[in-house]
Design a protein around this ligand. Structure first.
Ligand SMILES: [Zn+2]
Ligand SMILES: [Zn+2]
Length: 358
């Protein structure tokens, strides 16, 4: 099923024509749990990987046998999903108890090469904003699932571009690391439903005049809300059940005009995406420039812990239910404080990529 982002609540370029110069497209990937094939774009699906090509490995020196078995991570997620809305059975409790992290592969020492985790593969035919080396139509993304690399002690990402037409026999089965340092480094297999949207530059990176105009417009909207009924509705202090609370919140949402603000609704889409802009809501904006040639590097792939949250609710696809955990967090990956971006050099995609976090 295709996924469709609702139209933005206002036409922001009509309000602020200067924003037209700060527009980019992004392709929202809309991951949903599934069983993709090597011929499809996916997260954590099988890759279109030539049978005779060496699988990338991590050769950094760090513990590689202690952590979560990937099979345990998957079992835990299946149990949690199956038990949603009810108590765990005794059997489920026992199974969960058996999936604790530990020293699973004591023979796997620090220098032992570790197969990298296949995180995503994206075909340019599905993802219009995927911009790689000339003639390459397939991006394959890997990482080492231990947050211990480099001075920032973080995840190590590897990108491979291919011409899919050059791939003959496909490697099967495909290697994977048996253990992950953190379970939030392990993606769950997802089909993708790519959709191109328009984004506008992060507020703090717009010119001061434009920022000021947008702030004044937002203040005007809030004043308008207050004039309607004098005060903002205050919620009762407590509800007998969660269902009552949800019903009350839904009723309140239906009555109130949707609040609109630039940051949440009009600039940057939430969730996994290719292209578009980077949000700097947790830190001051930091330039991400190519270490080889100094060119500013836009985000190629954004990895997000959630497909939307309370603030970015207006980006929920029309086909999806608002409180479906399979829509909010289908992938199960949480890096940084929720967001990791892989930036590549527009002057030469072969230059080393860089990561940024929020
Ligand atoms: Zn590693
Ligand atoms: Zn460069």
């Amino acid at each position: 099923m295709a996924r469709t982002t609702p139209p933005r609540p206002v036409d922001v370029e009509a309000l602020f024509p200067a924003l037209a110069a700060h527009r980019r497209t992004a392709t929202r990937l809309h991951p949903r749990q599934g069983a993709p094939t090597a011929e499809e774009s996916s997260i954590a699906g099988p890759l279109l990987w030539p049978v005779d090509a060496p699988w990338p490995v991590c050769t950094a020196v760090h513990p590689k046998g202690r952590g979560h078995l990937l099979s345990d991570v998957r079992l835990r997620r299946r149990i949690h999903a199956g038990a949603r809305g009810r108590e765990y059975t005794d059997e489920e409790r026992l199974l969960l108890h058996g999936t604790a992290p530990g020293r699973h592969h004591p023979d796997r020492d620090a220098v032992h090469p570790l197969p990298l985790l296949a995180v995503a593969q994206l075909y340019t035919r599905d993802v219009p904003d995927l911009d790689g080396p000339r003639g390459h139509d397939l991006l394959q993304v890997f990482w080492c699932p231990f947050e211990v690399h480099g001075t920032d002690r973080t995840i190590d990402v590897v990108l491979r571009w291919r011409r899919s037409g050059d791939v003959g026999a496909v490697l099967t089965p495909q290697p994977e690391p048996p253990v992950a340092g953190r379970e939030e480094c392990v993606p769950t297999a997802c089909d993708l439903h790519p959709e191109q949207v328009v984004e506008h530059e992060y507020l703090g990176l717009l010119g001061e005049d434009l920022q000021h105009e947008i702030a004044e417009w937002e203040e005007g909207l809030l004043d308008g809300d207050d004039d309607e009924d004098g005060t903002r509705a205050s919620a009762p202090a407590s509800y007998a059940t969660y269902e009552e609370y949800e019903a009350a919140m839904a009723a309140a949402r239906a009555e109130e005009p949707e609040e609109v603000d630039y940051m949440s609704d009009l600039s940057i889409a939430p969730g996994w995406k290719v292209g578009g802009y980077a949000s700097w809501h947790l830190t001051d904006p930091a330039p991400v420039d190519c270490s080889r040639c100094g060119t500013a590097m836009p985000p190629l792939l954004t990895v997000d812990a959630q497909e939307y949250d309370g603030a970015s609710r207006s980006w929920l696809p029309v086909q999806d239910g608002a409180d479906d955990p399979g829509v909010v967090d289908p992938v199960g990956v949480h890096l940084g404080r929720g967001l990791m971006r892989i930036h590549t050099c527009p002057a030469d995609p072969a230059h080393p990529h860089r990561l940024s976090f929020q």
